[in-house]
Design a protein around this ligand. Structure first.
Ligand code: GRF
Length: 188
């Protein structure tokens, strides 16, 4: 059984999707062993509702070293699911190849510092992009720079707004996140 630790900062709908797909057997032979939040958020409630161990490690200067202390050594995969703190290079190197993130755009476009949440969707609309989507990628010390695992795009129409993009991106995320987790865990 593979142990997944999920890191969240927000509502945690992607966390919910991971929990649900594990329960449905779509992510094989795995369990969420721990949910870590860097602030009070609904993601923690979701963990509680499913009797999953959860802990709040407050964001701030020493976050990465405090986080390192709570991640069990037998963790197979650390999944960033709407997680907003930047992890220190040392932490990323220690877990090299075992940390993945979901980003709400088609990396390498619209990634890097400040490119999170609605900032991303505002930037995509402003740039007049013809498509957007989501990317699951490995986490390295460079923000949003690690190798892509799965990516899926959709057309941006003239009617789209940052808000409609956010909704469409979430739907794509729910599709590719479980597939990417499976892929990494099975080394496919
Ligand atoms: C997702 O769009 C993800 O790409 C981004 O943050 C959002 C989290 O949404 N990193 P949720 O908390 O899973 O609903």
């Amino acid at each position: 059984m593979k142990n997944i630790v999920v890191l969240v900062s927000g509502s945690g709908t992607n966390l919910q999707r991971i929990i649900d797909t594990i329960e449905a057997g779509e992510i094989e032979n795995a369990k969420v062993s721990l949910v870590v939040a860097d602030r009070k958020c609904y993601g923690l409630e979701r963990a509680k509702n499913h009797a999953i161990d959860h802990i709040l490690v407050p964001r701030g200067k020493n976050f990465s070293s405090e986080l390192a202390k709570v991640i069990p050594a037998d963790t197979d995969l650390i999944v960033l699911a709407g997680f907003l703190s930047i992890l220190k290079p040392e932490f990323c190197e220690n877990w090299n190849g075992k940390i993945i993130n979901i980003h709400p755009a088609l990396l390498p476009k619209f990634g890097g510092k400040g490119m999170w949440g609605m900032n991303v969707h505002n930037a995509v609309i402003e740039a007049g992009e013809k498509e957007s989507g989501a990317t699951v990628h490995f986490v390295t010390s460079g923000i949003d720079e690690g190798e892509a695992i799965l990516q899926k795009s959709f057309e941006v129409t003239a009617e789209d707004t940052p808000e409609t993009l956010a909704q469409k991106v979430h739907q794509v995320e729910y599709e590719i996140f479980p597939l990417a987790i499976n892929k990494v865990l099975q080394n496919k």
